[in-house]
Design a protein around this ligand. Sequence first.
Ligand code: BDR
Ligand code: CA
Length: 318
Amino acid sequence: MKLNAIIDCDPGHDDVMAILLAGRTMNLCGITTVHGNASLENTTYNARQVVEFADLTSVPIAKGNARPLVRNPQYAPAVHGETGLDGPNMAPPTVALHPRNAVDFILESSHTIPDLHLLPIGPLTNIAAALNLDPTLPQRVKQISLMGGSLTWGNITPAAEFNIYCDPEAAHVVFTSGIPIKMIGLNATHQVLARPEYRRRVRSIGSTTSTHVADMLDFYSRGESGGTGLEGGAMHDPLAVAALIDPEILTFEPMHVAVEYVGSRTAGMTLCDGRHLGTDFRAAKARRRGEPPNAEVAIIANEKRFWELFLDILATYP
Ligand code: BDR
Ligand code: CA
């Protein structure tokens, strides 16, 4: 039985990989868009392009917030280009948007779709806005699997990962909502890379979708590797999907996660209480201190298994 899910995203190259993975493995009930890798106009345009080339046009796209809850928007052109999805040559989209905005769409879906899973893979503004508007939402969301934060260091500042950095106040709302959360942060996503060998295998599928994906991964890997020195772009966002469909891909550890939104140097940090992961793992568990866990934090990722799944799924697209 496929899980019911809404992807909340800012496409974004790796967001596209998440949409494609969920499009086949989940009952993808909607795509909601948010500011992030580029302006809301661009991320929404990009989402429309993706559902068209992948023939996923039956999935509604609802446009969300253009700005964080209280801060100014920040984009990521160094990694995703000016459009947010530079690289491939895609046809302009024609598919219409859903008439409701993303926040209304999420709230309405929570009433009609049983066991709803939310997959936020951009700044958490839309999810926080929905929670602020209707505090009963947590009762109707089965689980959140999000890409954001880090157990170690960030990619925007030493402390902060991009999605949380863009809207830390929203992230605070989400992490204190009481909804069961899986947090897939940089410490795990940097273990799964679009290495040249995998990019070659993507291109060799030879379909329109795989060619667009290969062009995306080549562009994105240049930008990401420029920052990280790693062998390819990290498959951040699709890991938030993989977390819910294959328990072998990610290993999680329950922790309390607090979002720092005040610190002058640490705003956007996900402060994960991993003190029980000290030297003697088992004994330390018994000595757990601090607040009770509010999230399952990904600690280990299986790169090979992720790519086996992703390549199999990609081959099913036109
Ligand atoms: C996250 O930031 C964005 O650039 C990616 O799409 C991903 O969601 C990684 O920090
Ligand atoms: Ca993203």
